[in-house]
Design a binder for this molecule. Structure first.
Ligand code: PXG
Length: 457
């Protein structure tokens, strides 16, 4: 099929991309040859590109546009704040109303005993802050040798040096000598990909016990913290077996180690609860946040810390850390308004009781497709595993990228679904309606059919 010709304007923008723009996680040569799709506007759960195509955004931007596109209240909150006080810092004994009110609002939503927030510009910066704060905390406790942080292979915690090191993405570690010292990784609880002959339950216990093994190997006196996403997002929407978190909690209770929940994706309603930790009944000491905090309308991240961590740090003089945009007033005003919308429109209740169960039910109908080995998900997160053999969970050989073929068809058919290897993932806006879910699933099935036609013949 010949690609339809592109408008002169699209070609102009694509030339700018090729000549000047270094896009994140991109192969520049390939991007230069094909040109990026240029997204020009959005409303609700839909995007439009510069060629006028309407696209159902199954990824809420990049896991972040919780309340959907086009919310005028967020625009108003930003413009009002920009007029009043577009910027002031929160260093040197100063603050401003939006940052204080947002810190309070987040404390109200966070699990009990987590009442203090450090703001950053992104999730990555939140995790960098975590690493520095956790080591500072242990030093203040008289245990400066407790420095090592345990993360998980295929976890994602951002792209800064600390974020990429805490994460367990092989391709990221391969560039630039990562991880930095003092960060180690254990296996992920990815039963479908790595569970072999074990039952999901047995595999969940095995994966949790890897944490205990690592603590003992490194030495309890050297381990500062364990960091994990409640549900891995970028790794492929990996929902751990039911046995995993209870066993991890049991292990953490035995050792003197801080528990960090990276809530950048799960936070602010994606599971139907305010935080993924609430969904699983986990009790973290620190939680990284970003994305859904402002629905992505403006960058903002942060780190929520427990009262105990706060009190220790509080007794320790200056915490020598901060960003120009820590608690940026415009971002804070948008965050506050976003939380107001989530609360007043009872969006989490609707997700929990109505739309997420519907999405999960409809998605699971795809499990009968010849290419599909598993459909899983929680709340507004879903994954579809593409396999060569449903019974053995065998993948297609290396030269066939079923995920990329499927993603290409989604692209052509007005649906954004991400491919992580051969795992297709979705994370739509929390406000997606049942009708829009129907459209998403219908398009996903069509794209699976087209993918099967291409690779099965
Ligand atoms: N933690 C988690 C769990 C994330 O998902 C970050 C930290 C870093 O946040 P910032 O704001 O610094 O990007 C993230 C970000 C993908 C993808 O391909 C996922 C993220 C970012 C970019 C791409 O799924 N998540």
């Amino acid at each position: 099929m010949n690609a339809p010709s592109k408008s002169a304007q699209t070609l102009k923008w694509q030339a700018l991309s090729r000549d000047h723009h270094l896009a994140p996680f991109s192969d520049y040569k390939q991007l230069g040859e094909n040109g990026p799709r240029i997204i020009t506007k959005a409303e609700g759960v839909y995007l439009w590109d510069s060629e006028g195509h309407k696209i159902l955004d199954g990824m809420a931007g990049l896991w972040c546009v919780a309340v959907g596109y086009g919310r005028e209240e967020l625009v108003q909150a930003a413009s009002k704040q920009m007029r009043e006080l577009p910027f002031y810092n929160t260093f040197f004994q100063t603050a401003h109303p939006p940052v204080l009110e947002l810190a309070q609002a987040i404390s109200e939503l966070a699990p009990e005993g987590m009442n203090h927030v450090f703001f950053t510009g992104s999730g990555s910066e939140g995790n960098d802050t975590m690493l520095r704060l956790v080591r500072h905390y242990w030093a203040l406790k008289g245990k400066p040798e407790k420095k090592v942080i345990i993360g998980r292979l295929n976890g994602y915690h951002g792209s800064t040096v600390a974020g990429a090191s805490l994460g367990g993405m092989k391709a990221m570690h391969e560039q630039g000598d990562l991880p930095i010292p003092g960060i180690v990784h254990i296996a992920q609880p990815y039963w479908f990909g790595e569970g072999g002959d074990m039952t999901p339950e047995a595999f969940g216990i095995w994966a949790a016990e890897e944490l205990e093994k690592k603590i003992l190997e490194v030495g309890q006196d050297k381990v500062a913290a364990f960091i994990a996403e409640p549900i891995q997002g970028a790794g492929g929407v990996i929902v751990p077996p039911d046995s995993y978190w209870p066993k991890v909690r049991e292990i953490l209770a035995k050792y003197e180690i801080l528990f960090v929940a990276d809530e950048v994706i799960c936070g602010f309603g994606r599971t139907g609860e305010w935080f993924g930790s609430d969904y699983y009944g986990n009790k973290p000491d620190l939680m990284t946040i970003a994305k859904g905090l402002t629905s992505g309308y403006i960058p903002m991240g942060g780190l929520i810390v427990s009262d105990e961590v706060f009190e220790t740090v509080n007794a320790g003089g200056d915490f020598n850390h901060g960003f120009t945009y820590s608690g940026h007033p415009v971002a804070a005003a948008v965050g506050l308004e976003n939380i107001r919308i989530l609360r007043e429109e009872k969006i989490l209740e609707k997700v929990r009781e109505e739309t997420a169960p519907y999405l999960q039910k409809r998605l699971r109908e795809l499990a009968d497709h010849p290419l599909v080995g598993e459909v899983r998900g929680v709340g507004m997160l879903g994954a579809i595993e593409l396999v060569k053999d449903k019974a053995t969970r065998a993948r297609f050989p290396g030269e066939v990228s079923a995920g990329m073929v499927c993603r290409g068809h989604c692209f052509e058919n007005g649906l954004i679904m991400r491919a992580v290897g051969d795992t297709m993932i979705i994370s739509p806006a929390l406000v997606i309606s049942k009708e829009e879910i129907d459209e998403l699933v219908t398009k996903a099935r069509l794209c699976l059919d087209l993918t099967a036609r291409d690779i099965l013949g």
